[in-house]
Structure formats: structure tokens, C-alpha cells
Design a protein around this ligand. Structure first.
Ligand code: B16
Ligand code: MG
Length: 218
């Protein structure tokens, strides 16, 4: 069998941490005197922490000093980490371990490509850290998705050419990044939102072993 690279986004693909980002950003917005909605939270999927705060402040018509900006970033992340600390294996999204184990059993490269600076901590909490050959996260990149940097680094970390990589992503920007990187993009989520992806599934329970074998042998 050929050896391909399978690159996983984290939030929205392996675990649903968007709900924790939402709680922490909402409390931060309230402390600044404005509201933050679930629809706005949707728009922050795959967006880095610094870009997220910039967007939220703009939505709230609020400007802050650079010092205050840094303090708000720390405040939000501290609250977010409080939620992460309570995570366990039960928060892994359906059939993710099954797919990871199938890839390992078939000697495929497995890499993480996430915008989150907390990726290692989250994978550790849900006991999936050891399933990855390489982790590329928000600490390793200078350009945010849809720039392909995170996925190109995730491919090179496992020594597999971009055209031999497959990306699992739940955000529009992430699907675009995979496409720009010349990788096969697999959207995890709604067809209405992720229509730029090469393939789209609601979750991993819809992804068969035969389909993965086809991707490997392509
Ligand atoms: P952190 P992903 C992204 O993760 C999230 O989707 C996004 O909502 C978050 O703002 C970003 O990580 C940064 O996260 O504050 O933990 O560094 O989907 O690229 O795995
Ligand atoms: Mg995501």
C-alpha cells in the first residue's frame, strides 16, 4: 500500500472546543459591555486568537490599548484553559479514534494542522497525543488559514509531499488552505458551508475504510 499523509485540524474535527471558546469570548465581551452571539462565534472557527479578538472588538465598536489587548488575550485564554482542564476522552468526536487507528495500522503518516496554541494540551487531555507522528499548531506558524503554511509544515514534518496529503477540516478558511496547498480537502460539517471541499461528510461515522483505502491508493 502507498504511504499518504493525513492531516487533521483539531477544533471541530477531533473535538468540539468551539463551545468553550464561545463561553470565554462571551464573558469577555460582556465584561467590556457588549454581547457576543453564537453566529459570531461561528465566524471565528479556524481563526487565530489574536485575529478573533480583533474581530470581537470591532463587532463591539471598542478600541483598546496594546497593553489592554494583551491582558484580554490572557484573560480569555485562562478561562478557556479552565474548561480544557476538565476535558476527557468522552469529548472526542465520533469515530475519530477508529480512523486514526486504521491509518496507523496501514502505515500512513498522521499529522495535526491546527491554528490553536493549546493543541498539545487538548490532545493530551483526550489521550490522543500518541496517535500523531507530528503536531503543527498555532505556535509553529506565522500566517493564518487560508494561508497554507500550517498544512505545508504538517506535511513536511512527516516527510510527505503536499500532493500526497489529505486534510480533514471543519472551517471554510481551512478547506481553502488545503486546496491552495494542493492537498485533497475533506470537509467535516455542513455541505452548505464547506462546498469548496473535494469531499464533505457530516462526521467520521460516514467515512468508510474503503473510502480511506481509495484515498491511499489514488
Ligand atoms: P487558541 P483549529 C482554532 O483551532 C479554533 O477553531 C479557533 O476558534 C481558535 O480561535 C483558534 O484555534 C486559536 O485557538 O486560542 O487555543 O490558540 O480549528 O485550527 O484546530
Ligand atoms: Mg477547526
Amino acid at each position: 500500500m502507498k504511504r499518504k499523509g493525513f492531516i487533521f485540524d483539531l477544533d471541530g474535527v477531533i473535538v468540539d472546543t468551539a463551545k468553550y471558546h464561545f463561553l470565554a469570548w462571551k464573558n469577555l465581551a460582556h465584561s467590556l459591555g457588549f454581547d457576543f452571539t453564537e453566529a459570531q462565534n461561528e465566524q471565528l472557527k479556524g481563526v487565530s486568537r489574536v485575529d478573533s479578538l480583533n474581530k470581537i472588538l470591532a463587532w463591539g465598536n471598542t478600541r483598546v490599548s496594546e497593553d489592554k489587548f494583551q491582558a484580554l488575550m490572557t484573560l480569555k485564554n485562562d478561562e478557556y484553559l479552565g474548561y480544557i482542564d476538565k476535558m476527557d476522552d468522552s469529548e472526542i468526536l465520533i469515530d475519530v479514534p477508529k480512523v486514526l487507528d486504521f491509518l496507523k495500522a496501514n502505515n500512513q503518516g498522521v499529522s495535526l494542522g491546527s491554528a490553536s496554541k493549546n493543541a498539545r494540551k487538548i490532545l493530551d487531555k483526550v489521550h490522543l497525543l500518541a496517535k500523531f507522528d507530528a503536531i503543527v499548531d498555532g505556535n509553529d506558524v506565522s500566517k493564518a488559514k487560508p494561508d497554507p503554511e500550517v498544512f505545508l509544515n504538517a506535511a513536511s514534518a512527516i516527510k510527505i509531499k503536499p500532493e500526497n496529503c489529505i486534510v480533514f477540516e471543519d472551517s471554510v478558511a481551512g478547506v481553502q488552505a488545503a486546496n491552495i496547498a494542493n492537498m485533497i480537502s475533506i470537509g467535516i460539517g455542513s455541505k452548505d458551508v464547506l462546498h469548496e471541499a473535494d469531499y464533505i461528510f457530516n462526521d467520521f461515522s460516514e467515512i468508510s475504510e474503503d473510502f480511506i483505502k481509495e484515498l491511499i491508493n489514488k
